[in-house]
Write a protein of this length. Structure first.
Length: 85
């Protein structure tokens, strides 16, 4: 499931702030909805917060990959331009 958040960051990396916030909220909701850490016996807000932060970090990693690819493409395009006179 972690690669899902990285892919979300890659796909929505153009809007990196929204991707990071959305990734964190989505991951926290998904983990809570699946009752992985939010069942009645072991419920903890700390675990939910940790899940949200983990999702945000993974989405940020994906958004960073997206931004790096954009930067490389822009450098290649600017190097290929010929000066006009």
């Amino acid at each position: 499931m972690i690669p899902t958040m990285i892919v979300l960051g890659i796909l929505f990396g153009r809007w990196w702030i929204a991707a990071i916030i959305g990734g964190g909220l989505f991951w926290g909701f998904a983990i809570g909805a699946m009752s992985v850490i939010a069942n009645d016996e072991t419920f903890s807000w700390g675990l939910i917060l940790g899940a949200v932060l983990l999702g945000a970090v993974n989405a940020a990693f994906g958004a960073g990959i997206h931004q790096l690819v954009l930067w490389i493409i822009r450098k290649i395009r600017s190097a290929r331009k010929t000066p006009t006179r």
